[in-house]
Structure formats: structure tokens, C-alpha cells
Design a protein around this ligand. Structure first.
Ligand code: SF4
Length: 102
């Protein structure tokens, strides 16, 4: 149990760092009028931030078919986020626009 909590916290820390990289990437994108999404790993703690299972699976299926994913960890090479987790959040979005927030 403690081991699983530690693993989750470690995963969240990695995602938090990756999120900062993602925001920097979005900020540096030329000619982009898209706003950066505001999701953080802490949003996973509140079920009100979650989308439906159908929407999450739809997003994850898109990621699984994307050439920008590292399949073993399901980590996006564009933003560094862990897509098995990020796809649950309503306000999350793909950094290159393959799927959008609700
Ligand atoms: S978030 Fe976008 S770029 Fe990243 S793996 Fe998913 S579909 Fe590909």
C-alpha cells in the first residue's frame, strides 16, 4: 500500500516537471493562439476534474495510435506527460491538437 502511494507521488512529481516543460513548449510555439491548459497532477485528486470513462478511452486510443507516444510508459514525447493519467482530466488537451479539452 505505502509502496503504491510512493509510486503515485513519484509519478505525480515527474508529471509536474513534465507539465512545466509542456507549458514552456506551448509558450514557445510560434504563431500559436491556443491557450495553455491549466491542469496539474493535483487535479487527479478530485473526481470533479475527471471526464467520463468513454471520453478518456477515446483520448487514450488516439494517443496509442500517435507516433509521439512512448508505448511502454504511455508518455507523450511532445509534453512529457503520462497519458494514462492525463487523459482522465476534463481540462487536459493534446499539445499538438489531436484531442481537446471539454
Ligand atoms: S497527447 Fe497528443 S501528441 Fe501526445 S501522444 Fe497523445 S495524441 Fe500524441
Amino acid at each position: 500500500m505505502l509502496h503504491n502511494i510512493f509510486k503515485l507521488l513519484l509519478e505525480m512529481k515527474k508529471w509536474w516537471v513534465a507539465k512545466k516543460q509542456c507549458l514552456r513548449y506551448n509558450h514557445n510555439m510560434e504563431n500559436s493562439d491556443r491557450e495553455s491548459d491549466d491542469v496539474t497532477p493535483l487535479d487527479l485528486l478530485f473526481s470533479s476534474n475527471y471526464t467520463t470513462r468513454e471520453k478518456r478511452n477515446e483520448r487514450l486510443d488516439i494517443c496509442k495510435g500517435c507516433d509521439r507516444i512512448t508505448f511502454a510508459t504511455r508518455q507523450c514525447k511532445e509534453c512529457g506527460c503520462f497519458m494514462a493519467l492525463k487523459t482522465w482530466l476534463k481540462e487536459a488537451e493534446c499539445p499538438i491538437g489531436k484531442w481537446i479539452s471539454e
